[in-house]
Design a protein around this ligand. Structure first.
Ligand SMILES: NC(=O)c1ccc[n+]([C@@H]2O[C@H](COP(=O)([O-])OP(=O)(O)OC[C@H]3O[C@@H](n4cnc5c(N)ncnc54)[C@H](O)[C@@H]3O)[C@@H](O)[C@H]2O)c1
Length: 560
């Protein structure tokens, strides 16, 4: 199966050309099959299909619509549509945003450049849809999310192919991202049923001066419209990590995907569309940051922002109004290696942690802080593993693929040149072709080099030799970031002491930093973020506590 390219999408426009390998055709064929299996209520075998819609009582009911209206086209010409009010639409701007393939450096896809008026409409319909969605039973919300997860997994190849073309993610990792996303949605549905199905019961006589005359019942209520902004590196996984908790908690969701990764995100949204969520409950707006970025994040109709990305998040948090914010921002994850560390384990973890997806991960190892006495040994082991990394196009599943944009590659090169000027030792020859940068280990990096502090988001890893554990902790804590860190040692007591001293949201002992499993709490300190993610924390973050207090005329004691 092929994902439509700018050229190939022409084939997609006609649903009748059943012999084409377009993703659109596949969507309809797959959903027909899913429908037969009872997995997809949006499609049925015959001329009609069911689609969930609002009824006056506010709950979701299924209505019969002609199938022709459901065979949604997500492309017009060679431009992907945006998703608003349950429909795929072309922007009235007449403008588009190009998505450049990082490998070919040519335009791969185009998406709509939406206007502010279109954002207003999306937010308004999200507001309306949320009101009835909040009245939809929790089990029903969970059921629909489970269906979305199943459809998402069914479309893993289509979506993964977009990830390969848009963000140069190695093919295998791209499929893994989609499958993991489906699992996340299912887990979230299950967790939501548990977390949101419980409240608290408090009695007044535990606080001094009170009799037992007040019973307080608390429950979790939705916030309203949640704005989700994921970054380019996991445009599907980091979108569903916001969408699923928002929806299970009774919120509606507006997605603004990153430019690189927008088409994968639109395909993912199409999977949610096929489930038949109420119109407007989920929408996806694409466009230029200058036109709709601030407009979205400062929109009075938005009740919560969940953002993952770089420093943009700091600016957004300053501009956003008095609404809950979830910010997952950059990191400079340090790896501290003690003298007693298992050096083979440390080296393989560093290479995997530092170079997977060419270092374009928030939790990539971004600086190695190694005790001088074992530095030569670990550098040798790391170099031996770096030698084995394959470099090339994502289609070939290479370990190192082109970084996302030319400006990213230029930025990384700037860090490398600065390190060269200041005397870092190059363990490999620096090599770059277009956006493709060969993996590079820089030894003897010193604190006056930019690479010691800045996040390259590329396949370049600095090694700083330290003479004491305190020196390592000092370097880690002097960073303005505080996402994750890791320690390699066989002495668990030392590991705990160092872990407690590190100012990061998570510390991994004897493993590289990592975001998953997705139900673990995930948070950054300092400039690395606000709040905590992970499935349970995200569900809680996207709700508010509501109390109802029953006042009794006389004290009442149990069994009294
Ligand atoms: N902490 C985490 O969990 C985590 C996870 C992944 C990536 N990241 C970080 O993300 C960064 C790389 O991703 P990126 O380059 O996509 O980040 P970015 O900050 O450039 O963009 C993130 C998102 O914000 C959008 N955006 C840009 N300007 C905007 C504006 N004015 N208003 C609203 N939205 C706007 C982008 O289109 C994108 O969707 C790195 O710093 C990385 O560490 C953090």
């Amino acid at each position: 199966m092929r994902c439509p390219t700018a050229k190939g999408v022409q084939l997609v426009a006609s649903a009748k050309r059943v012999k084409t390998s377009s993703s659109f055709h596949e969507v309809s064929m797959e959903t027909t099959r899913l429908s037969r299996e009872g997995l997809c209520p949006g499609f049925s075998r015959g001329r009609f299909h069911k689609r969930a819609s609002d009824d006056p009582s506010g709950s979701v009911k299924e209505t019969i619509e002609p199938q022709t209206t459901t065979v949604q086209k997500i492309i017009e010409g060679d431009v992907f549509k945006y998703y608003s009010d349950g429909e795929w639409k072309v922007s009235s701007s007449g403008k588009t945003v190009s998505i450049i393939n990082p490998t070919t450096r040519k335009t791969q896809y185009k998406v709509q450049a939406c206007r502010q008026e279109e954002v207003n409409k999306i937010v308004e319909s999200a507001k309306q849809a949320q009101k009835s969605w909040a009245k939809t039973p929790l089990w029903k919300r969970a059921e629909l999310l489970h269906k979305a997860a199943a459809i998402l997994k069914e479309h893993k190849k289509t979506i993964a192919e977009c990830l390969v073309k848009e963000i140069a993610k190695p093919a295998k990792d791209a499929v893994t991202e989609v499958v993991r996303s489906g699992d996340l949605v299912s887990y979230c549905a299950e967790e939501g049923v548990r977390v949101l199905g419980e409240g608290k019961f408090l009695v007044s006589d535990s606080f001094p001066g009170n009799e037992r005359t007040k019973y307080c019942l608390t429950s979790k209520i939705p916030l309203g419209v949640v704005l989700a902004i994921p970054p380019f590196n996991y445009p599907v996984n980091l979108a569903v990590s916001k969408i699923a908790p928002a929806l299970i908690a009774g919120n509606s969701l507006v997605l603004k995907p990153p430019t690189q990764g927008a088409v994968a995100a639109l395909h993912m949204v199409h999977c949610f569309h096929l489930v038949g969520f109420p119109k407007g409950l989920i929408s996806c707006v694409t466009g230029k940051g200058s036109e709709i970025g601030d407009f979205l994040t400062m929109h009075p109709g938005v009740n919560c922002i969940s953002f993952t990305g770089g420093d943009t998040g700091i600016a957004i948090s300053k501009k956003a109004g008095m609404i809950p914010l979830q910010m997952e921002l950059g990191g400079k994850d340090a790896c501290i290696i003690l003298e007693d560390a298992d050096l083979d384990l440390a080296a393989s973890s560093i290479v995997k942690g530092g170079f997977s997806y060419s270092g374009q991960r928030c939790t990539a190892v971004k600086v190695v802080l190694v005790m001088e006495s074992v530095a030569d040994a670990i550098v040798k082991k790391i170099n031996a593993l770096v030698e084995k990394l394959t470099v090339g196009p994502p289609e070939d599943d290479c370990d190192i693929t082109p970084v996302v944009t030319e400006s990213s590659a230029n930025f990384i090169e700037g860090l490398v040149m600065d390190a060269k000027l200041k005397g870092a030792k190059f363990c490999q020859i620096y090599k770059r072709e277009g956006n493709l940068i060969w993996p590079l280990l820089l030894d003897n990096v010193r604190p006056d080099m930019r690479i010691a502090w800045e996040e390259p988001f590329g396949p370049v890893l600095p090694v700083i030799r330290i003479n004491s554990v305190e020196e390592g902790i000092y370097h880690c804590n002097a960073s303005n970031f505080g996402l994750q860190g890791c320690i390699f040692t066989k002495d668990i007591n030392k590991a705990i002491l160092i872990s407690d001293a590190m100012e990061t949201g998570t510390v991994q002992i004897n493993s590289a930093p990592a975001r998953g499993p997705d139900h673990f709490p995930f948070q950054g300190l300092k400039d690395s973020g606000i709040g905590s993610q992970g499935i349970t924390n995200s569900i809680n973050m996207m709700t508010k506590i509501k109390s109802t207090v029953i006042n009794l005329p006389t004290p009442s004691y149990t069994m009294g």
